[in-house]
Design a protein around this ligand. Structure first.
Ligand SMILES: C[S@@+](CC[C@H](N)C(=O)[O-])C[C@H]1O[C@@H](n2cnc3c(N)ncnc32)[C@H](O)[C@@H]1O
Length: 255
C-alpha cells in the first residue's frame, strides 16, 4: 500500500470515526453518476460479460455491499437474482435507496447504464428494469463488519472496502467480511478505487486507503481465491487526479 501523504505520526482513522450518517446522497449521486463515465462504462461491459458466462441452475440470493447511491451493480445482478439485498451503513443512503426503489417506473439517470448491459442477451428477459429493481431489492442497514457468513449466492461490492477507512488492516478485514458473506463457489464482482487518499462529499471529508491491485490480490489469496481476474481500469478523465480503479471478478473458494 502507498504511504499516506500526511505526517505518519497522525493516527489513521477507523471506519466508525467518520460521519457516515451525514453522507449527502443526492450530491454523491450527481457528482459520481449524473453522467456515465468511461471507466464505469468499461466496468459495466466487463460485468455483463462475466455474469453472462455464469451457468447458475437457479435464481440466486444476491447482495450488494456499501451500495450508497450506485445502482448499476444491482442492475447488473438482476437477471441472475430473485432477491438482492442492498447492504449499507449510512442512514441517508438507506433512505435514498428506499425512496429510489419504491418507484415502479422511470429508470431515470440509470438509463445509459442499462443500455450498456442490455446489449447482452442475458438482460433481454428484463423488459422493465426499474420494475425488477422495485420487486427484487430490499435495503438492509448495517455494517460490513457485521455481515452474516455464507449467507448469499452472489455478491457485488463497489468502492466500499477501501473507501470507508484510513487503515490498511480495516480495508483487508472489510474485504474479507464481504467475501465471507458469500457461500463457497459463489460468483462475485468487486471494484476498488486505486491510490485514493480520500474524497469529499459536498464539503465533508471521507476516508480511503491508497490500495493497488496487489493489495486486493493479497486479500483474495488470504481467502484461498487464486483464479480471480484482477485488472486495473483507467480513465481518460479520472474521478480525481492520480486515482484509478481495480475490478475483480471471480468465485469464492470451494473450501
Ligand atoms: C465510496 S462510497 C461507495 C458507494 C457506492 N457503492 C458506489 O459504488 O459509488 C462508500 C459507501 O460505503 C458506505 N459505508 C461506510 N461504512 C460502511 C460500513 N461499515 N459498512 C457498510 N457500508 C459502509 C458508505 O455509506 C458509502 O455508501
Amino acid at each position: 500500500m502507498a504511504q499516506p501523504k500526511q505526517d505518519t505520526a497522525v493516527r489513521p482513522l477507523l471506519n466508525e470515526e467518520f460521519p457516515w450518517d451525514t453522507f449527502d446522497s443526492e450530491w454523491y449521486l450527481r457528482h459520481n453518476y449524473g453522467v456515465m463515465r468511461d471507466d464505469d462504462q468499461d466496468i459495466l461491459m466487463r460485468l455483463a460479460e462475466f455474469f453472462s458466462g455464469l451457468r447458475e441452475p437457479k435464481l440466486l440470493r444476491g447482495i450488494d455491499v456499501g451500495t450508497g447511491t450506485n445502482l448499476y451493480p444491482v442492475f447488473a445482478l438482476l437477471p441472475l437474482c430473485s432477491q438482492i439485498t442492498m447492504y449499507e451503513r449510512a442512514k441517508t443512503n438507506c433512505g435514498w435507496l428506499a425512496r429510489e426503489t419504491a418507484r415502479h417506473t422511470d429508470i431515470g439517470i440509470w438509463q445509459p447504464y442499462w443500455d450498456v448491459l442490455s446489449k447482452w442477451p442475458l438482460y433481454a428477459p428484463i423488459r422493465d428494469p426499474q420494475w425488477a429493481v422495485h420487486e427484487r431489492t430490499r435495503v438492509n442497514r448495517g455494517s460490513i463488519f457485521d455481515l452474516p457468513k455464507s449467507a448469499y449466492d452472489i455478491g457485488t461490492m463497489f468502492f466500499c472496502a477501501e473507501s470507508i477507512t484510513e487503515r490498511g488492516d480495516e480495508f483487508a478485514r472489510a474485504t474479507r467480511c464481504f467475501l465471507r458473506s458469500l457461500r463457497p463457489n459463489a460468483p462475485f464482482a468487486a471494484a476498488f478505487m486505486r491510490n485514493s487518499h480520500g474524497y469529499e462529499v459536498n464539503g465533508v471529508h471521507f476516508p480511503a486507503v491508497a490500495i493497488t491491485a496487489d493489495d486486493v490480490q493479497k486479500c483474495l489469496h488470504s481467502e484461498g481465491i487464486r483464479k480471480a481476474s484482477v485488472i486495473n481500469i483507467d480513465s481518460a478523465n479520472p474521478l480525481r487526479d492520480g486515482v484509478g480503479m481495480v475490478l475483480v471478478t471471480g468465485r469464492i473458494a470451494r473450501r
